[in-house]
Design a protein around this ligand. Structure first.
Ligand SMILES: Cc1cc2nc3c(=O)[nH]c(=O)nc-3n(C[C@H](O)[C@H](O)[C@H](O)COP(=O)(O)OP(=O)(O)OC[C@H]3O[C@@H](n4cnc5c(N)ncnc54)[C@H](O)[C@@H]3O)c2cc1C
Length: 372
């Protein structure tokens, strides 16, 4: 959705404002509340900042930032709190889907309200053990002259607070994206799913039991518009952005702690600590290099490879940083290391499991060897 509507000064101002919000306002908010609570106040601030329409062209009410600025905004949010990055990242992806696939009427109806955050979108794509659009079991039926939706999605981020959910469902040989009002008849949001991290923004299953929809109005791209091929090329770059943000946040925190405490350690401990700090810094720098390459004009690494490498490296970095801080890493009064530690666990899974991606990368490598 690169469009160049937003000039360089406006983009810089936005990055500064979101940086201030992420660095100051979010930690202050989190210090006073249980992490499980929906961050209504922060979502209102994100609306005012224009983040929900960051990458949407100005003619549709967005800010028209290019991809690089939008990735930077997501980075800042993830550095502070992964939950906000997951809510905003999902919504921005859906703005992109609306822009790419929506009919003129759908774009005019939805993009302005999506951009100002009046309508926040969630997505219900995945079913347990099934990421291939052709194998989804959620489907469309015709009953009594109406088109209805049937099936279940196991994990939907922001299900409880989204204004619309884009649901993937099979209709014959096509995969449709259907815009569903979560409060409509025939939609049931399950209880909040227990989990170690990415709290605050809800995560729940959603069941569709005869939910009626209007094919002209509610099917993304109009009746019969098939998303199968575009879904196969799903973009995982936002997870790399979030992994880099998390790695840099914990690395800075651990380095600050080490610098503050190293002077009172015996010489052999000081050497070991320097080595450990050096190790996490070098790994974090490698992640940033991958991220920069990925978002550059001619990437040399694919989004799947980048996601696998960065989210896997992140696990080692977070563990090392918690260890470096000792008790203060695990039981930190501000809990930010502990929160990053818990949130980081989700990143090798979300979007597509790293193992699934590795097996896809491996199959492609073997196929290309066989074709030689
Ligand atoms: C915090 C969180 C938020 C989420 N939010 C959303 C959302 O908003 N919308 C949405 O649609 N989905 C969402 N999901 C679902 C997410 O996309 C899936 O969990 C993810 O794609 C993994 O699928 P799965 O859980 O079905 O794992 P499975 O496919 O069951 O895989 C489990 C494990 O089996 C092995 N495996 C399976 N297949 C293969 C293979 N082909 N090759 C090698 N190994 C394999 C791997 O070890 C893999 O990790 C969310 C999940 C989480 C955890």
């Amino acid at each position: 959705m690169h469009n160049g509507d937003c000039d360089a000064d406006a983009a810089r101002r936005l990055v500064d404002e979101v940086g201030f919000f992420a660095e100051r306002e979010v930690p202050r908010y989190l210090a006073g509340r249980p992490e499980e609570e929906y961050p209504d106040e922060l979502v209102k601030r994100l609306r005012l900042l224009g983040v929900f329409g960051a990458d949407v062209p100005v003619r549709y009410g967005g800010l028209g930032c290019g991809e690089a600025t939008t990735a930077r905004l997501l980075y800042l949010l993830a550095r502070s709190w992964q939950s906000l990055a997951s809510l905003v990242g999902t919504h921005l992806k859906l703005c992109g889907q609306m822009l790419r696939h929506g009919t003129d009427e759908q774009r005019s109806a939805w993009l302005p309200v999506m951009s100002c955050g009046e309508a926040v979108f969630a997505r219900a794509y995945h079913e347990q053990g099934c990421s291939d659009p052709e194998l989804l079991t959620t489907h469309v039926r015709d009953s009594a002259g109406r088109r209805t939706l049937h099936g279940r999605k196991d994990w939907v981020t922001n299900a409880r607070h989204a204004d619309r959910i884009l649901v993937l469902a099979r209709d014959g040989r096509a995969t449709l994206g259907i815009l569903v009002d979560p409060t409509a008849d025939g939609v049931r949001i399950g209880p909040e799913l227990p989990r170690p991290g990415v709290l605050g923004v809800s995560l729940a299953s959603v069941t569709f039991d005869g939910c009626a929809f209007d094919p002209e109005r509610d099917v993304l791209g109009g009746p019969g518009h098939d998303l199968t091929d575009s879904l196969r090329a799903g973009d995982l770059r936002s997870y790399t952005t979030r992994a880099v943000a998390c790695a840099e946040a914990v690395c800075d925190q651990a380095a600050r702690f080490a610098a503050r405490t190293i002077g009172r350690r015996p010489p052999d401990a000081q050497g070991a600590i320097r080595l450990r700090v050096g190790e996490v810094r070098a790994r974090t720098a490698a992640m940033r290099a991958i991220w920069t390459d990925l978002l550059g004009p001619a990437p040399t690494i694919g989004p799947d490879e980048a996601k696998v490498v960065c989210t896997a490296l992140l696990q080692e970095i977070v563990q090392a940083c918690v260890l470096l801080c000792g008790g203060a890493g695990y039981a930190d009064p501000h809990d930010s290391l502990g929160r990053h530690y818990r949130d980081a666990l989700a990143l090798p899974i979300v979007g597509a499991s790293n193992d699934t991606l590795l097996s896809r990368i491996g199959s492609a490598a073997l196929a290309s060897e066989e074709a030689r």
